[in-house]
Design a binder for this molecule. Sequence first.
Ligand code: ATP
Ligand code: MG
Length: 400
Amino acid sequence: MTTENTAIILIHYSEIGLKGKNRGFFEDRLKQNIRQTLVDLGEVYVKNDYGRFILEFDNAAHLPVIVERLQKTPGIAYFNVAWAGNTDVDILKEQVLEKIRDYTFSSFCINTRRADKQYPLNSVQVNQIVGGHVFDALHKKVDLTNPDLTCTIEIFNKKIYYTFEKIQGLRGLPVGSSGKVVAMLSSGIDSPVAAWRMILRGCKVIFVHFHSFPFTEKTSYYNARILAQKLTVYQNHSLVYFVPLAKIQEAIILKVPSKLRIIMYRRMMYRIAELIARRESAKAIVTGESLGQVASQTLENITAIAEVVSMPVLRPLIGFDKEEIIAQAQKLGTFQTSIEPYDDCCSYLLPKSPETKAKIEEVHEAEARIDNWQELVNEALKEVEIETLRFPEQGSAVVI
Ligand code: ATP
Ligand code: MG
């Protein structure tokens, strides 16, 4: 299927920690994810090749979009767009010259790697023949230590590939290789970044968004959906739970002193998130909390909130500064959506001076005043709306 002048892609993944059985599992998952993210782009073949993958595809016009999608596939360390070359070095040198003309550079080097010892020329000879030909034609400087452009020629299994660029991937682990988690997704800046960090660590993320409709507009709901869609590009398939919190908030507002309200909202959210996680066989809850960032994120308040769940709560941003989180949100492309104004369910009737050092007895006492909270939690769960998002949209869901 690979003919000369057809681009292929050599995909390298990070090998650290990949031993024994773990390796096969990791490779299979990454291959499946790559196929899934390219599912709408015609025939695509992904094959193992000595610790990396070779990706072949039928339609050359798809190359730019394939590159873009691979750059958003967790588990890929880097990849090269390569061309199949002729095994006759006199034809090969013409092919390399033709392609190298597409690049702007003033110095270059040819770096041949010969795994196939049957090949009649050694790597130094190939470097000299191809490099000499490029030099004669273009009069560009040969620089072996710090060239502007390196052409790597690989000779293996009676095949030759040549490549010019190394494109960085996201690294991390393939989605699904670390299991499932539930991420609490507000429509703010932090939680999409937190969810993304877990996607990069190989988690399949299920999103849970709490909204206060009809107390507030549905803006946070729509913004959360847009954010979930942006994150779905990295994991191809997402479930989003939209949970109505209005009735629970109403009960809290009636019975709980205003300074403890946020803590109480969060306790209910955590409980609901844990119930959803159990239903989905997810093993942890993810939040965008960052220590000391806002009143509810002191150690005392984090303790008062998290004591209601028994599942691990993962807070990938706990030690990050706001500036660092914003920089990540910009890179990820969620920042603009996150700063759109919205009625946050927790800014609804927000107290002027929320508690920063919650005393656990006071929290328990306040919560005991809402005698029907369990019923309200169950009711909210019954009223959830669940949406499935896919990327690419035509893709069939790989449900993990
Ligand atoms: P974010 O930028 O993620 O909203 P924040 O700095 O505004 O975070 P809080 O509003 O205190 O902090 O929220 C802490 C965490 O609680 C959020 O990162 C998110 O994981 C979760 N959370 C808050 N509000 C909601 C909501 N409406 N729906 C789902 N999760 C929420
Ligand atoms: Mg918020």
